[in-house]
Design a protein around this ligand. Structure first.
Ligand SMILES: Nc1nc2c(c(=O)[nH]1)N[C@H]1C(S)=C(S)[C@@H](COP(=O)(O)O)O[C@H]1N2
Ligand SMILES: [Mo]
Length: 321
C-alpha cells in the first residue's frame, strides 16, 4: 500500500512519520511492507468469529445527509480498512488484525464533569437515542495523506444537548479505552495513555463535528475506532479520537495525548492549513490514499464555510498546527 513514485521535491516517506518516536521507525517500515500482504487476505471489518452480531446493525445503512459534499470519490473500503492510525494496537498502518481483539460489547459511555447530572449509558442505548445519518467526509492526516469516508453516526451537538452541560463548561474532553491486555501499544508505558482529545464548546456544538458509529453503510470496523469515534474533518486526523469511553465537560483546555508528547508539533486547535507547515514537513499538498495522486490541501480541509466563524477574533491563538 502507499507505493507511489515521488519526485525530487517531494518529501520522502521516512520524514513524514510524524506521530512517531524515533524507536518506532523500524516497525513503521516493516508495517508498510506487511500491509501489502495482509490487505489481500482480510475482508474489511472482518470480525472475530466469537463476536456477537452488532445490536444496532439494523440501523444501517442510514440516509445520507447531502449538506456535506465531497470533491473526490470515497476511498475504497478495502484500502481504508488497512491504512489506519491506531497507536493503541501498533504504530504501523496495518492495525486491522490486532484491533479485532478489542471487545466492543458491552461498551459503556461515561458523560461527566460540568453537567447537570453525570450519566453512564450503554453504547446501543446511546445510538438509538441519538439516531443515525450518513455523511461523506474528507479526512486529512497531519502526516500529509488523505482519504474520503462515508461515516454513519450523529452530530456531536446532539450528545452535548443530551449531556446538559452547565454554563461553566468551556471544553469537551474525550478519552479512549484503556485496556493494555488487548491493546499492545498501551503496554508501551512511555505513551501517556489513555488517548485524550478535546474541543471547545463552539467546536463541539458545530454541526460538522460528528460521532461516527459506522462507516461504509455498516457498524464501524474496529480498526476505525468502533464502537464510536469522533470525526472533525476540518482538523488534522489526530483530533478525531477513536473508541471513546468518556466525555467530560471541563473549564480548562484539555491537553491531547500527542500534544503532551510533542507540543511543538501537535497543538490543541490543529486546524488544517496548507500555508502553515508542520515543523518537519510542508502541509501544502496531500497524498490521496489509494489513488497515488497528490492534491493541494485546502484551508480547513475545504470546510471553511461551516467552521471559519468559530475562530473569528482568535488570531492570537495557534490555530493551525
Ligand atoms: N484512540 C486513538 N484515536 C486516534 C488515533 C490513535 O492512534 N488512537 N489516531 C488518530 C490519527 S493520527 C488519525 S489520522 C485517525 C485515523 O483514522 P482511521 O484509521 O480511521 O483513518 O485516527 C485518529 N484517532
Ligand atoms: Mo493522523
Amino acid at each position: 500500500m502507499n507505493i507511489i513514485r515521488r519526485r525530487g521535491w517531494e518529501i520522502p516517506e521516512s520524514q513524514i512519520t510524524p506521530e512517531h518516536l524515533a524507536f518506532d521507525r523500524r516497525r513503521f517500515l516493516i508495517g508498510g511492507a506487511s500491509a501489502l500482504a495482509l490487505s489481500a487476505s482480510l475482508a474489511p471489518g472482518a470480525a472475530h468469529a466469537d463476536d456477537a452480531p452488532d445490536p444496532t446493525a439494523n440501523l444501517y445503512p442510514a440516509k445520507r445527509n447531502e449538506t456535506y459534499k465531497l470533491d473526490r470519490p470515497i476511498t475504497d473500503e478495502k484500502i481504508n480498512a488497512h491504512y489506519n492510525n491506531f497507536y493503541e494496537f501498533n504504530s504501523s498502518k496495518e492495525v486491522a488484525d490486532q484491533a479485532q481483539k478489542l471487545p466492543i460489547r458491552p461498551w459503556t459511555v461515561k458523560i461527566d464533569g460540568l453537567v447537570e447530572k453525570p450519566i453512564e449509558i450503554g453504547v446501543d442505548d446511546l445510538i438509538r437515542k441519538m439516531g443515525i445519518e450518513e455523511r461523506a467526509y474528507r479526512h486529512r492526516c497531519v502526516e500529509a495523506w488523505s482519504m474520503a469516508i462515508a461515516w454513519s453516526g450523529f452530530p456531536l451537538a446532539k450528545l452535548v444537548a443530551f449531556a446538559k452541560p452547565t454554563s461553566g463548561a468551556k471544553f469537551l474532553k474525550m478519552e479512549t479505552f484503556l485496556n493494555p491486555k488487548v491493546a499492545p501499544g498501551q503496554r508501551q508505558t512511555w505513551f501517556p495513555w489513555p488517548y485524550v482529545e478535546g474541543l471547545s464548546m463552539a467546536e463541539a456544538t458545530n454541526d460538522l463535528a460528528f460521532i461516527a458509529t459506522g462507516a461504509y453503510g455498516h457498524p464501524m470496523a474496529k480498526q476505525h475506532g468502533a464502537p464510536l469515534r469522533l470525526a472533525v474533518p476540518w482538523k488534522y486526523g489526530f483530533k478525531s479520537i477513536k473508541s471513546i469511553v468518556r466525555f467530560s465537560f471541563v473549564d480548562k483546555q484539555p491537553i491531547g495525548m500527542w500534544q503532551s508528547l510533542q507540543a511543538a508539533e501537535y497543538g490543541f486547535w490543529a486546524n488544517v492549513n496548507p500555508k502553515v507547515p508542520h515543523p518537519r514537513w510542508s502541509q501544502a499538498t496531500e497524498e490521496v490514499i489509494g489513488t497515488g495522486e497528490r492534491k493541494p490541501t485546502l484551508l480547513f480541509n475545504g470546510y471553511g464555510e461551516f467552521v471559519a466563524d468559530i475562530y473569528k477574533g482568535m488570531d492570537g491563538e495557534r490555530l493551525w498546527a
